[in-house]
Every structure is written in C-alpha cells, then in structure tokens.
Design a protein around this ligand. Structure first.
Ligand code: NIG
Ligand code: FE
Length: 419
C-alpha cells in the first residue's frame, strides 16, 4: 500500500477529541499543530503529530514525501445537506426574485420545487449522472470530501428511485463519499395535490419500506413547513422511516415555526436543518439533545432573506451546531463550503474556528460517519483540504475566493486533477 509523509503544514487543524463538539470553548478548539505532519498508509491516517516526531518514525523514512510549503491543512469538509441531483438551473427564478417576486410567489406560479420535479422526470439517468459528477468535482475543488445528498425532485417512484440509484453509483464510482437521504416528502407532487393524505399513505406504506429494504438510503428527511408537509404528517412519515431503520432528518423552521425542531428531538433525528424561525425555548431544548442543528446561511443569502438562525444562542447553549451548503437549484446554488464559512462568520456571528468545527466533525457526527471522517486522527480516512493561507481565519476572511489548493480523499489527491 502507498505510504505518504505530509509536511509543510503551517497549521494542521486536527479537530481531534470529543465528538460532537458543543459550546463555544470546544467549538473553538481545533487541535492545531503548528508545523505538524501526517503519515498516511493506504487510505488511512497512520500517524499525526509534530513534524520531527513523525519524520523520524522508521516507517515514514521511505515514504513518498509531500511538502505543502507552509499552508493550512484541515479535515476535508463534510457537507451534510445537499440536493445534488437535479436536471437544470432555475436561473430565471433568480432574476424574478431580484425583480421583487418572493420564493413562495414563484412556487405558486408553477416555479419552485415542482419545476425541478418536472424537469427531472424528463431527464435520462445518464444526463443526471453527467451533471451530478461535474458538481462533485466542483465540491472537491472547494475542499469537500464527504457529502450528504437527498432525493426529492422525483416525487414519483421512478424519479425517486432514479435519484437514489444514481447516488449509490456515484458513491462507488467517484472519490467523494456520498451519504443518501430519501426525501420523498419534499412537497406533495401534482398528482396528489388534492389528496395529500393519500401521498403520505403511499410514502409510509410503500416507498419508505421499499427504500429501506433495497438499501437505497441511510436517512429519511421531510420538508415540514408552510407549503410542504404538516407536523402530524412529518411525524407519521419519520416514525415509519425509523421503524424501517432509516434515521430521521428534518427541514425545520425555514419559513414558519411549525414545531418541527421539537419533533426532531422527540424522534431523536440526526439533524434539524435551517432553524431560522426557532425561539429561545427551542434553542434550550435542542441544546439538551443530540440533534445536530444544521444551519444553511447560503439559503438566506441567495434568497435575500433578512432572518437569521440564532447561531450564537445555539452555540452558547451547547447545541451540536453544523453548517452545510444546502446545494440546490432553488435556494442555494453553491458548492462552496468556504463561502458558507464566510456567511457563518459575517452573518451568523460564528468565529472562524467555530465555523470550521461546524463544517467538519459535527456534520460527520450528524451523518454518523464520525468514526472515519471529520478529523485528522489515527485510523480515520486520509481526507484532507489544503488551503493557500498560513492562518485558518483567512479561509472565511477572503469571502468568495476559493483558496483550496489541494484536496485528498482516502489518501489520493483528487484536486488538482492530474493532467
Ligand atoms: O432546503 N426547503 C426545501 N428544499 C430546499 C429548496 C429546494 C428548491 O427550491 O428546489 C431547501 O431550501
Ligand atoms: Fe434542503
């Protein structure tokens, strides 16, 4: 197996220690080694520590050497909320919003999620695969090595299965780890517009058991909000999912405070996402739970929404805070975790260190991959992001600039690509 000695790390952010991170002090502790080194054996980290110690390991002496020339090295980002598979951009809606139409108005007029559903149903698996693969390359170029990806633009069995099969294939065929979430409960599809209860029955009785039996997803998500699914519907869907062995996640309190955040706690969901509209009592309850609070500031930025998730309160209360892109064509068309870090710092008042913890080890916990991803520790995958800065705070500081100069997944350099 190939052996590699990585040196020249001005700062090596190990993120070692307790999982998940809670509270400002733990979130700010990145386990930084100055002039650290990593010894990689095959796809795993075999040793990590101060350069002198690692260099003098007998097994490291004959390893291939990689000198990063004084850069910042961190665990590859774990992006725990994406809608990776869709068939076209919704740039027309973007322009309509700039001219004053709201996201909800556009959805009511035939745009929004349902327009992506229409387009996806028409798309061939091949066309979807080409598009998704090209996005995955772009994720890698921005330092991401693991992503969660949801279905939810099919909303008929053919479409949902097409997405989930594609995600399984992508997990096998390209370098990033892809964790799959079934989001048949994204919105009620047009065929069931007048009988949403029947659609929920279909999800609960047929599709969720089928997804679980065929091993097509690890998680099940519900968009529980105005215009999507109600709290009782979400409870029913996620209970059925849990009974089949799919772990719940939930889109909560993006537009309205429906009680979805409390439902996440009740059902021991892995994550409650968005949380823009939660109140102080919700913050306290979430902080006492193991539910990851996944904040998606790209959405608020792209939609130009003034409200903000109470990130500071969640952090200070000791909740498990994570950050993700919410990559999707309607509300957050970005693959860039560095941009999300900038938004988290500038708009959610998180410190750069807190944002980095929220983009690595905590989302790894929320995806249940923290035994192999999210920190640079012995035994974990050699998943690294290298940034062309000497101080990690410069990653969010230079907003809108991609300073990721190298990405490694399981010991293999995947960005830049070899010519
Ligand atoms: O997370 N909220 C639901 N889903 C997406 C929006 C998807 C779309 O508009 O296509 C979100 O913001
Ligand atoms: Fe989403």
């Amino acid at each position: 197996m190939p052996e590699l000695l990585v040196t020249g790390c001005a700062e090596l952010l190990t993120l070692r220690g307790t999982v998940p991170r809670r509270g400002a002090a733990a979130m700010r502790d990145l386990g930084i080694l100055r002039d650290g080194a990593i010894f990689i054996h095959g796809d795993r980290i075999a040793a990590v520590g101060p350069r002198r110690g690692i260099e003098s390991l007998p097994e490291a002496r004959h390893a291939e050497k990689l000198d990063l020339g004084g850069r910042v090295v961190l665990p590859g980002f774990v992006d725990s909320h994406t809608h990776l598979v869709f068939s076209e951009s919704r740039v027309g809606e973007y322009e309509q919003r700039i001219s004053g139409k709201s996201y909800q108005e556009i959805a009511r007029n035939g745009g929004g999620i349902l327009s992506s559903v229409k387009a996806l149903r028409r798309s061939s698996p091949h066309a979807l695969a080409v598009r998704a693969s090209s996005y995955l390359e772009k994720f890698a170029q921005h330092g991401t090595t693991t992503i969660e990806a949801k279905s939810g633009y099919g909303l008929d069995w053919g479409g949902e299965a097409k997405i989930l099969h594609l995600l399984s294939e992508l997990h096998q065929s390209q370098p990033l780890d892809v964790v799959r979430t079934f989001l048949g409960a994204h919105v009620v599809p047009p065929e069931y517009r007048r009988r949403p209860g029947e659609y929920v029955d279909l999800l609960v009785r047929r599709w969720i058991p089928s997804v679980a039996t065929a091993g097509l997803a690890e998680f099940c998500d519900v968009y529980c909000d105005r215009g999507a699914f109600t709290l009782p519907q979400a409870r029913r869907i996620l209970k059925a999912a849990r009974a089949c062995g799919l772990v719940p996640r939930i889109h909560a309190a993006q537009i309205e405070r429906t009680g979805a955040a409390r439902l996440a706690i009740e059902l021991q969901a892995a994550s409650a996402d968005h949380l823009d509209r939660i109140k102080a009592a919700d913050v306290r309850a979430l902080a006492l739970s193991n539910v990851a609070c996944t904040l998606l500031p790209g959405c608020n930025f792209h939609l130009g929404l003034p409200q903000r998730a109470p990130a500071r309160h969640l952090l200070d209360a000791g909740a498990v805070v994570a950050l993700a892109t919410d990559f999707n064509p309607g509300t957050s068309p970005t693959v860039s975790m560095p941009m999300i870090l900038s938004l988290a710092c500038d708009q959610l008042r998180m410190t750069p260190a807190e944002a980095i913890s929220a983009a690595t080890i905590n989302p790894a916990y929320s995806l249940r991959v923290h035994d192999r991803c999210g920190s640079i520790e012995v035994g974990k995958y050699a998943d690294l992001a290298v940034f062309d800065v000497a101080d990690h705070r410069e990653i969010p500081y230079h907003f809108g600039v991609n300073l990721c100069s190298m990405t490694m997944k399981r010991g293999v350099v995947i960005h830049p690509k070899k010519p």
